[in-house]
Design a protein around this ligand. Structure first.
Ligand code: FES
Ligand code: FES
Length: 177
């Protein structure tokens, strides 16, 4: 993994140190971003290493655990498997972009209220997966929540409280989708 690239001080344009670069524009947490970067690199490492958005976590690196989940055009997507060139002209949201005007998203609030986290390592991926779930199924049953979240792993065993948090957030968000 190449972490030698540097972000400019005024915007998110990255300057290459070699010629093996692509120019990739996309929207990140509501703002336009243009990167000069090797397009084969996983989005996960571009977010974490180049852009400093460390809320997106590295777990397995193989698409199994869900800790690296971001929203790509509003759908939960594993950033460890996604080449950064594949987000060109699309919209990416990370956990850093979820709160609006200093106000937590209802799912963030509900995770806190229900103690839906312990170490918190899985939490960004859990919350963004739940955002996507509620986007496309605003009033899921408990079974649908379990199914929708079953590919995200919590090694602390917070799954029951996570499901409760999602149910609470769904009730609060009812009609706001
Ligand atoms: S780090 Fe991407 S799914 Fe585990
Ligand atoms: S809260 Fe620790 S892994 Fe889920």
């Amino acid at each position: 993994m190449d972490d030698k690239r540097q972000a400019s001080s005024t915007n998110s344009v990255l300057e290459p140190e070699d010629s093996m670069t692509d120019t990739i524009s996309f929207k990140l947490n509501g703002k336009p971003v243009r990167l000069k970067v090797d397009g084969d690199r996983p989005l996960l490492w571009v977010l974490r290493t180049d852009l400093g958005l460390t809320g997106t976590k590295y777990g397995c690196g193989e698409g199994h655990c869900g800790s690296c989940t971001v929203l790509l055009n509003q759908r939960a997507t594993r950033s460890c498997l996604l080449k950064v060139r594949d987000v060109k002209d699309k919209e990416v949201v990370t956990i850093e972009g979820l709160a609006k005007n200093g106000k937590l998203h209802p799912l963030q609030k509900a995770f806190m209220e229900h103690d839906g986290l312990q170490c918190g390592y899985c939490t960004p991926g859990m919350i963004l997966t739940a955002v996507s779930l509620l986007k496309f199924n605003p009033q899921p049953t408990e079974q649908q929540i379990n199914q929708g979240m079953e590919q995200n792993f919590c090694r602390c065993g917070a799954q029951v409280r996570i499901v409760q948090a999602i149910q609470t957030a769904a009730a609060e968000m009812k009609g706001s989708q």
